[in-house]
Write a protein that binds this ligand. Structure first.
Ligand SMILES: Cc1cc2nc3c(=O)[nH]c(=O)nc-3n(C[C@H](O)[C@H](O)[C@H](O)COP(=O)(O)OP(=O)(O)OC[C@H]3O[C@@H](n4cnc5c(N)ncnc54)[C@H](O)[C@@H]3O)c2cc1C
Length: 379
């Protein structure tokens, strides 16, 4: 049976980036991936600049388009535009993007076992034994980077799923040349195009990634709102269309991120941004933090787990927790929110652009700020 210091389950941005940082330090690392790479992943493929800054290599080859200007719409009347020097959002397709990070990890010696589905985890003495669809292997640490469904978390003993998972639909569509020319000029977010959520139009090289997500778990006919959104965008002619539905975990687990030397990162941990549901940048960041913890502890098991939790608590959770509060208010208090956006929409959009660039996080005194702004409006 082969043995590795670290086994990473999943080759998405979280797993591939952990493997990259570990392999670079000479730690023997295996990535176990159930699909054959490159593989399609349901995602808008909007990669914000703070995530791009966090990757220690160039990704130009897999960037389909870059947008320095972002357009946020609220209904037909309100439209806010922000502009930055660096690309606020880089458009990527996840098959080539995830594959690139995995290839970078392999360059430093990480082993990729694709077409290997993790099926069972056993804890024996001081080792973790992993059973896959193609045989067994052992590891000292396991990184669960296997996304929103995270079978690893279940197999490793997380009994309940304490994350909030929201539904999202993504369509890859080809439109007429005329529509593509018109729509490929802007990356746009439409707040309220769907109840308790937003719709997006993300232009790729030759097609559009259009999607809808709702912050409520209640049954909402996502497809109906997608169709309505096509009308908003003025699309009547669809040349080709493929539909992909999935869930996005927009709140962190409340029952821990480490158990028996198994670390949860990315969507498996519930680290997507609660307001935008943007998950790639925190997936990469949490992967880096997990790798740092293992490296800094010299692979001492208890210390590595402690360091990872400390890093998450200090460097990631405060922003997500504020985001959670803000997202509840943003999506549930529509009337007050829209009144505030009417007055402060440009300021809000600038703040979001700064968050996308990693130049600021959500302000921790946000509750107070919003209360004061409401008072200003009402009295
Ligand atoms: C419709 C939609 C649109 C989105 N749009 C955006 C966006 O525009 N920008 C953004 O930043 N985020 C977006 N997200 C969120 C983003 O896709 C996720 O946050 C991100 O993919 C999380 O990365 P990850 O590495 O944690 O997991 P994933 O990317 O899900 O990777 C998990 C990997 O684990 C593998 N795996 C699963 N089970 C097993 C198993 N048993 N054995 C072996 N391997 C396994 C999978 O095949 C996969 O490769 C969107 C999500 C959805 C659903």
């Amino acid at each position: 049976m082969n043995h590795f210091d670290v086994a990473v389950i999943g080759s998405g941005p979280s797993g591939a980036s952990t493997a990259f940082h570990l392999a670079k330090k000479g730690i023997s690392t295996v990535i176990i991936e159930k699909e054959t790479l490159p593989r399609y992943k349901t995602c808008g493929g909007g990669f914000v600049f703070r995530g791009r800054k966090d990757l220690p290599f160039d990704i130009t080859d897999v960037v389909e388009k870059e947008f320095r200007t972002i357009d946020i719409y609220l209904g037909e009347k309100l439209h806010f535009k922000t502009e930055r020097e660096d690309p606020t959002i880089s458009m990527i397709m996840r098959d080539s993007f995830d594959n690139l990070i995995t290839e970078k990890a392999k360059e430093f010696g990480a082993t990729l076992l694709e077409n290997h589905k993790l099926t069972k985890i056993n804890f024996e003495d001081d080792l973790i034994i992993l059973e896959t669809s193609q045989g067994k292997l052992s590891a000292n640490f396991v990184i669960a980077a296997d996304g929103a469904l995270s079978p690893t978390a279940k197999l490793a003993g997380w009994k309940e799923d304490t994350r909030k998972l929201i539904p999202a639909l993504e369509y890859e569509i080809e439109v007429s040349d005329e529509d593509f020319k018109r729509l490929s000029k802007e990356v746009r977010f439409d707040i309220d195009a769907i109840p308790y959520g937003y719709a997006w139009s993300f232009p790729k090289k030759k097609h559009l990634s259009i999607g809808v997500a709702s912050a409520r778990r209640t049954k909402i006919n996502l497809k109906k709102f997608y169709k309505e959104y096509l009308t908003t965008l003025g699309i009547s002619d669809i040349v080709s269309e493929s539909q992909h539905g999935f869930q996005i975990p927009v709140s962190p687990r409340t029952d821990g991120f480490v158990k028996n030397n198994v670390f949860l990162i990315g969507d498996a941990a519930g680290f997507a941004d609660p307001i935008t549901a943007e998950g790639i940048s925190n997936a990469i960041y949490s992967g880096k933090l997990a790798a740092e913890a293992i490296i800094e502890s010299n692979q001492e098991k208890d210390l590595a787990g402690k360091l990872y939790v400390e890093k998450i608590e200090n460097q990631l959770l405060p922003e997500i927790k504020t985001g959670l509060w803000l997202s509840k208010w943003f999506y549930e208090q529509k009337t007050i929110r829209n009144l505030l956006l009417k007055k402060y929409g440009q300021r809000f959009s600038e703040a979001m652009a700064d968050v996308f660039h990693g130049n600021r996080s959500y302000p921790t005194d946000i509750k107070k700020t919003i209360k004061n702004k409401i008072k200003e409006l009402v009295f």
